[in-house]
Design a protein around this ligand. Structure first.
Ligand SMILES: [Zn+2]
Length: 63
């Protein structure tokens, strides 16, 4: 199995995934990369944290 994603490409895909669904093969490559790359795994964690924070903030503003 090849994993030719660079950290730059992985980051790009992660951000694209925020806006729209990325292709299945991109998602798989991303998961493989995140498993072997500590920096990108940490970036995913930060994205998830921001997503949660944004959701909580929106909820707060709606109520
Ligand atoms: Zn990486």
């Amino acid at each position: 199995m090849q994993n030719t994603l660079t950290c730059r490409q992985a980051t790009q895909l992660l951000l694209e995934d925020e806006d729209h669904e990325i292709r299945v093969e991109d998602r798989v490559a991303l998961q493989v990369h995140v498993r072997i790359c500590f920096a990108c795994a940490r970036f995913v964690g930060q994205l998830n944290f921001m997503r949660r924070a944004t959701r909580a903030w929106r909820k707060h503003c709606e109520t």
